[in-house]
Design a protein around this ligand. Sequence first.
Ligand code: GUN
Ligand code: FE
Length: 432
Amino acid sequence: MPRMAVRAAIFHTPRPGQLETLADALIEIDAAGVITAVGPATPERLARTVDVTIQLPAHHYLLPGFIDLHVHAPQWPQTGRALDVPLEEWLQVHTFPLEARYADTAFAREVYSDLVPSLLAQGTTTALYFATIHVEASIALAEICLALGQRALIGKVAMDAPDECPGFYRDACAEDAIRDTREVINRIRALTPDANPLVQPVITPRFLPSCSFELLKELGVLAAQTGARVQTHCSESPWEVAHGQARFGKSDVAALADFGLLREHTVLAHGNFVNDPDRRHIHHAGAAIAHCPLSNAYFAGRILPLREMLDEGLHLGLGSDLAGGHSPSILDAARMAITASRMREAGDGGPINAVEAFWLATAGAAEALGLPVGHFAPGMEFDALVIDTTGPERIAWPALDSPIQILEKIIRRAGRANIRKVWVRGREVTGA
Ligand code: GUN
Ligand code: FE
């Protein structure tokens, strides 16, 4: 017997650019939070017995939960400040001193207990997190996500290179970084021993400049041994690209591949400067790019060739990149992705539209991670949110707007105040 049924107008986009709408849908969800049926709310289906039926009011829409494919949990307290300096200065002067404070696990718990509910309230049902170098603070983040019900992939950051990492904030050596990464993987896996864990560990070399050869090599070995996903920053800025060329004589993507770090479901944050062979390499490997358009406006100096990448079928999603980006909202990332794509030079690949941005924020990122979420279908887990288009100011005029126009307006205009309920795996995690 389905435990719960939700009767609602739904929007989702299982394939890029293809919006599916149902004005009066019934989604049935079992006790494990898995969708068992999706379809029109026919009298026969409505007659089936369930524990709870939730019916959304008029002008409310059910969407798949948003996925943040790149977010630095420890940078939450500095969100919105110090964004006028170059990336290297921002890291050394502002970010590394803040991240170093997470040696204090009580401080980590204070910040993460504020961040996770904030992201849930923004509709972020899944987050791919960079934590810090610290084992205990990384575990604290995992525990808080589990307790509050957010789907999360969490990486203890690995960074040991003395040239790029200050003495007060780095792994003492490659061996220690590997030992601690292994410990975080094992402890997060022990927190959630089920077959399909809500919270999972991720191998997280910060970026190539911050890691020694030995560390990169051993992290690649660890990825193969443990099967944990990999995330890192890649080809974000001209400085990073030049650093990689000088050190490895090749692109970041090619170097990561040499170390065994370009794997299926590897998530490369940014990727603004990847070249054509890199793109083919990423595609072939089944890796993905987390597009972080707000952060790119501050730090990268180039707009991602998103149109071309979408057309090539690359795995793609959106990242807030807190605190390189100033907003915790994936809707803000979606609209910045649209506007940034529109500001590319004439003759470049062209813009993306709101439906494509919606796909990036949901199904695209879910595919990139290989998680059973992102759209509504039997067998997918019920991660969803409710958008109220009546307030705090009215967004939609259904008598005037077509369904696709309502979705466009949601993507371009909705904010935290319009998000009334959020579920992860069928559990309500915030709401009215
Ligand atoms: N490159 C290495 N570390 C970082 C970081 O924390 N943020 C961004 N945007 N780029 C990075
Ligand atoms: Fe980042």
